[in-house]
Design a binder for this molecule. Sequence first.
Ligand code: FE2
Ligand code: FE2
Length: 217
Amino acid sequence: MKTLPQTPSDDSYRESMGRLLVLYTQVDRLIMEICAERIASAPDLAAKLALAKQVGDESRHVMIQHNWMQQFGTDTTPVISDVQEESIRNHFQKLTWLEFLADMYLCVEALGSEAVENIVPLADPGTRESLHVPLSDEQDHVAFGINRLKEELAQLPAGEREAFLEGIPRRIEALTDMFLDFGLEVAELFEKVGASYTMLCDAVRQRQDEVLQQVAA
Ligand SMILES: [Fe+2]
Ligand SMILES: [Fe+2]
């Protein structure tokens, strides 16, 4: 049971927060690369421009986090292995544009940043500051994804739209399972920085309900 807000002088906190920072930065870099690859095949100019902006945003996040990890004295050994990175990349490469919107924006961006946002109040001031710009940009990315997905779904025949909407929770579950199968011990890391993993999962589930409602509205 965690009692106190952790401080950066607490070795266990520092190490675990360091691992989470490495993980977040790795995911941001992967998103940057995956979105860059999508630009050429994106269906129209608005989509290309949004993806290109996101690539720029993610590159800024990677740089901010790298600088902060250096100051924080974080061990920057990757959390996700090369093979695991490759499986994430492969997953996204195979998706249709609609599937890409669901997996990238509803799952990775919305639910991923929900998890990070839940850590912010527990973090030391430097880490909190380093997350400020990235998390505000992630909101933009989520907004693009939700709006674009709504627009795309509105073009579909009603039955197809319904079927796609109904399938989204399964898509999110599959991606989450893939991530959990990596065996990264994220539950332990979250607990060691003072978060309740159960409460964090509840918050993520609640966010999932919210984004699904927004897309279906
Ligand atoms: Fe980011
Ligand atoms: Fe993002």
